[in-house]
Design a protein around this ligand. Structure first.
Ligand code: LRH
Length: 465
């Protein structure tokens, strides 16, 4: 059979990539065309994203993808959630803020003074995260001056196509979508002083946003699950009806795919979210602070040493250490903002910041603490949804971390099926390919997942007793 090609742009909080995806009978492949670093940049008024640098990488990466593979038929974009750019007549009004900027705390108080959290949860179904977009808007006076607000993938799609839309899975992370209808909750926005005009027309994954022209001709930009976690969940090769997933990158997104939201008091108390998935599925999950703890720790040590600390060697050394007696709560809010992570973790553990000789042991504590939070959260998800969880699929960069996968299996007592590592890019590719008709008609997520499991058989970690 014929092999068809699409381009996927996938931007994570620590790195971005442009991939060529190829699909056909028995074929599902990714070719990385560009990979570039990303991260918070500090400006006079706080932490931002360098959106112009990202845009440059996306534009150049797409040009290179088209040069390598002239048969590319479409482009899809996903990124981390919640962050946005405000557009005025001349383009961006300001550089987008990074969600870890602490200005959002002001917004939380302002929003909850108008709509208490209990009521918000009933309406938008979202776990409390201080950076949910509605809190950011409440701390951002420029919203009043904007023509429109676009989440990061929509902002990049606008630069490619000129079209201003809001892809629905990512829009669900703003806190301004009605959890029952999936439509903008205009009365909530109005109560919070957010002008309705800044909330653009919603589109679903699979819809064409617009077209992008270059010297090779013109191509559709197709909406995918533009929230990276939504795309990742598309490509989780769920192997049983009671499987849980962990999409593990900067964050560990731990939960279940459900047909309908759960907005009970118990779900609210456990801080579980109901985000919008592809095909109207619900991503019922909780954010556990994931590899952020390791990447920030390694960053602090590298800065202190004046040379890069190598994470793979650190993890190899950590695996040789004994299992730690004490853990910290990976979910602790004190670990959310950038800067001096080892000292903050040490403070939670009630110990001094580790010296150079203690790094492997310290890394082991971090990995085991993340795994402990993962196991606990899987249990909670099962309890809340009344499901007997029988397997955990761990996808994303964390699937490369064998120590973390094994510790998650051991601490949950469940098998962990690890991979694919590039679940997000695969989900992006598959939703585009399905929209192009590459797989025929009436193709379900289950059909897509079967293709993932065949092309990327997961690595199994059984719990050790
Ligand atoms: C993961 C992610 C997560 C959001 C956070 C802001 O990259 O999109 O799903 O909660 O970033």
């Amino acid at each position: 059979g014929t092999v068809r090609a699409v381009a996927a742009v996938d931007l994570g909080a620590t790195s971005g990539r442009v991939m060529i995806g190829r699909v056909g009978d028995g074929v599902l492949e990714l070719e990385q065309v560009a990979r570039f670093p990303n991260g918070p940049v500090q400006r006079a008024d706080g932490w931002h994203w360098d959106i112009e640098a990202l845009w440059g990488h996306v534009r150049d990466g797409l040009a290179e993808a088209r040069r390598r593979e002239p048969a590319i038929e479409s482009v899809g974009i996903d990124s981390w959630a919640v962050d946005y750019g405000l557009l005025g007549p001349g383009g961006l009004l300001a550089e987008p803020f990074h969600y870890r900027d602490e200005r959002t705390a002001r917004g939380v108080d302002a929003v909850h003074a108008v709509v208490p959290f209990e009521e918000l949860y009933r309406r938008n179904g979202l776990q409390f995260l201080p950076f949910n977009t509605l809190y950011q808007y409440a701390a951002d006076p420029r919203v009043a001056d904007a023509e429109v607000s676009l989440l990061i993938p929509d902002l990049l799609a606008e630069r490619l196509t000129g079209r201003r839309v809001a892809e629905r899975t990512n829009a669900s992370t703003t806190g301004l979508l009605d959890v029952r209808t999936g439509e903008w909750d205009h009365s909530l926005a109005e109560a919070l002083g957010i002008p309705s005009r800044v909330l653009p027309t919603l589109v679903d994954p699979g819809e064409t946003v617009g077209r992008v022209a270059d010297e090779h001709g013109d191509l559709p930009v197709i909406a995918v699950g533009s929230h990276d976690t939504a795309s990742a969940v598309v490509a989780v090769p769920l192997s049983t009806p009671n499987a849980a997933y962990i999409s593990c990158g900067t964050w560990g997104l731990v939960g279940l795919e459900l047909p309908a939201p759960i907005v009970t008091d118990a779900a609210r108390a456990a801080n579980f979210t109901n985000e919008g998935g592809v095909d109207g599925r619900v991503r019922f999950l909780h954010n556990v602070t994931g590899l952020w703890l390791l990447s920030e720790t390694v960053r602090a040590w590298s800065e202190g040493d004046g040379e890069a600390v190598d994470l793979p060697s650190l993890l190899a050394a950590a695996a040789e250490e004994p299992a730690p007696a004490r853990l910290f709560d990976a979910d602790d809010g004190a670990l959310a903002s950038p800067g001096d992570m080892p000292a903050r973790i040490a403070a939670l553990l009630g110990m001094p910041s580790p010296g150079a000789a203690d790094r492997a042991r310290f890394a082991r504590i971090i990995v085991e603490s993340i795994a402990d939070a993962f196991a606990r959260t899987v249990r909670t998800a099962g309890d809340l949804a009344d499901r007997e969880i029988d397997v955990i699929h761990l996808v994303g960069g964390g699937a490369l971390n064998a120590l973390l996968c094994q510790a998650t299996a051991d601490r949950s007592g469940l098998p962990v099926l690890a991979g694919p590592v590039e679940a997000t890019a695969l989900g992006n590719v598959l939703v585009q390919a399905r929209a192009l008709g590459c797989f025929g008609d009436g193709v379900s997520l289950e059909d897509l997942r079967r293709r993932v499991a065949e092309a990327f058989p997961p690595r199994r970690f059984d719990p050790r007793t």
